[in-house]
Design a protein around this ligand. Sequence first.
Ligand code: HEM
Length: 449
Amino acid sequence: MAIKGAEKLPPSVRTDLIGGHFRSFRKDATGFLERLSKLGDVTSFRLGPQQAYFLNDPELIRDLLVVNAHKFKKGRALQRAKTLLGEGLLTSEGEFHLRQRRMIQPAFHRAQIADYSRSMVELAEETSDNWRDRETLDIDREMMHLTLRIVGKTLFSANVEDDADAVGKAMTSMTTLFNFLLLPFSEWLQKLPLPHSKRFKSARGTLDSVIYAIINDRRRSGENKGDLLSMLLNAQDEDDGSVMTDEQVRDEALTLFLAGHETTANLLTFTWYVLSQNPDAEAKLHEEIDRVLNGRSPTFEDISKLTYCEHVIAESMRLYPPAWAIGRLATEDHEFGGFPVEKGSLILISPYITHRDKRFWSEPEVFRPERWEMQSVKVAGQRYIYFPFGGGIRRCIGEGFAWTEGILLLATLAGKWKLELDPGQKIALQPMITLRPKYGMRMKIRSRI
Ligand code: HEM
């Protein structure tokens, strides 16, 4: 018997696996989406009972993120993330989200980022001071630790470094366990005393106690340290002058902590990897850094002169976008490219796939920072052929922070070190919440000075 409405479904791949598309997706998500993308700009698949659609066309992506954004809310992964993040910026919806976004925005203004940039360089220098010539390091871990300390410092200030480390450890175990939350039925599984659920609860408990203690201390002292936490505590609603409750500050702080460190860490890890595979680009990068900085540390003002650094970051993020997929749930019926999409459907878009599409990029698999001399990041972004930070009202609030951090960390570390891939290192992708290197990234570091 024909399924009702099936004749209106966009093309899909056949699957003979028990568990259907859901298993194919879990086994190799980027490969699965790539196969779908070969069938058209709008394709369909099923994740268990859920009807899902995949869009790989710039105009349709704009339609989803910008033009008709009001007809969609965050996808399942972020709905589930509420267990950890509460009603933070990443997970909240509607009027509440808009209000929070307005209150938090000043923490990401240019002057604030210029201020954070000093901590970024300082901490990158500390990392550099700990490195030894010719040692082999897990660069993925080094980058994770560094970006975590940066978010920790800009959020909580230097004198709570110990606490920031405790937060960091709990964060790391939370991120690993996060995948568990995405399993079907995890809503129920979480209520059972399984090891996963217990570890999740205990990590959440650690994070909560540390963050609430910091919030209480700061409220008591009334001090304005000029960091993100002070901004959250002092942020006032423009309309009614209200401030955030401790619970809201907790949700936002944790959200920014989580959203702000793993993404930039993975961006940098893949950047070291592509540079190690492209000696010409690496040499050009070193030449620029040596010329602009002449051995000194970079500052916020240097960023406009470090154009090749910027192009390396842009190109690394094209090939390895940390937020590799973005999901939405339709809250109303809609239509994409002539195909009706019912309320309740899941819509997926993927920077990873669109950034590697031959129709929009010449030799898309090749790492070529020079392509950004011809086409600015802004223009590619406006065309939605390049959207590592999403778009519309839910666009990444930390975009300026991330560019600044990426360029300054690259300039600080590549000024002193050259990184070579360990010959035994296997390379594969692990598309979890963010795109990670599946087997880590062991690299040998060599002094350049
Ligand atoms: C290379 C680094 C980063 C990438 C690729 C990235 C990517 C993204 C993307 C694609 C979204 C939109 C998700 C969606 O529409 O469903 C997003 C949202 C968000 N990001 Fe980032 N991000 C990065 C760094 C950061 C940093 C450094 C921070 C904070 C310090 C941050 C905080 C956030 C927050 C709070 C949201 C939710 C915004 C909202 O919904 O209003 N991100 N990010």
